[in-house]
Design a protein around this ligand. Structure first.
Ligand SMILES: Nc1ncnc2c1ncn2[C@@H]1O[C@H](COP(=O)(O)OP(=O)(O)OP(=O)(O)O)[C@@H](O)[C@H]1O
Ligand SMILES: [Mg+2]
Length: 249
């Protein structure tokens, strides 16, 4: 068990990481939020990024996706040898970052299919519509329906499908199960397992820590913008003390 920040990535000795985040610090205005986060993921690995409300999980995802806020002031982010820390959000998206934000951002006035087609406008295109509808049959059945009229679970599926419609290398999921009935969470979890088999490197932020830990192989816990645990998902599942202290489960 390693309950301390581990700046030497677990696998760094064997091969360079596919996604490498090194000592990032970020601010909203004067507020210092991301306070030195480092992580390393190999291609196809899934990381559960956990921690209490306000720990800095969303801010960490936003920083990796290179959104303007929070503002990155220090550190490096490398994706497949590309320096994301030098890029703006649209360039990071072009380099293969797919962020599925908590509020899902379905575009009003567009059907399900148009939401997906919009994501496919700029090459390189990711999954085809056929493949996306195979993954999410509910979206196929509702392809002509306006996206914002979908149920919460269906909108979450559309948000994930839209990310896959681009040629992404890394999927960043911010609370994909939030507000959804367990049966819908089961359905989305099943699709995330299929996506996992496709080898897409993923970071999942979830309040439903047990669900996220079942999907992930790696786990990281944040507290006030700092890494307080970096290890395997199994270690967190097996460590009641750690879960009680930082996850309240
Ligand atoms: N736009 C903003 N301006 C100023 N402070 C912000 C902003 N967004 C978030 N914060 C602050 O940054 C800290 C981390 O927030 P963040 O949203 O990253 O936490 P989180 O771990 O995702 O929490 P939750 O589990 O509630 O989603 C919090 O103290 C929050 O109040
Ligand atoms: Mg959040």
């Amino acid at each position: 068990m390693n309950a301390r920040p581990n700046m030497n990535a677990n696998h760094a000795e064997t091969a360079p990481a596919f996604l490498s985040v090194w000592d990032i610090h970020a601010y909203y205005g004067e507020s210092y939020i991301v306070q030195g986060v480092s992580l390393n993921l190999h291609e196809g690995e899934i990381l559960a990024l956990l921690g209490r409300n306000g720990a800095g999980k969303t801010s960490t995802l936003r920083t990796i996706a290179r959104l303007a806020n929070p503002r990155l002031t220090h550190g490096e982010i490398w994706l497949d040898h590309k320096p994301l820390h030098k890029m703006a959000a649209h360039q990071a998206a072009g380099a293969g970052i797919g962020l599925v934000p908590e509020d899902r951002r379905i575009i009003a006035g567009l059907t399900v299919e148009e939401n997906l087609q919009l994501a496919q406008i700029a090459p390189p295109v990711g999954w085809s519509l056929e493949r996306l509808y195979e993954l999410f049959p509910r979206l196929g059945e509702r392809r002509k329906q306006e996206g914002v009229t979908l149920s919460g679970g269906e909108q979450q599926m559309l948000a994930i499908a839209r990310a896959l419609a681009r040629d992404i290398k890394v999927l960043l999921l911010d609370e994909p199960y939030e507000g959804l009935a367990p049966v819908i969470v089961d359905e989305i979890e099943k699709t995330l397992n299929i996506i996992k088999e496709q080898g897409i490197t993923t970071i999942i932020v979830e309040q439903n820590a047990v669900r996220a830990l079942n999907l992930a192989s790696r786990a990281m816990i944040l507290d006030t913008g700092c890494v307080v645990f970096d290890g395997t998902a199994r270690e967190v599942l097996d460590n009641a003390e750690l879960r009680a202290e930082y996850l309240a489960i």
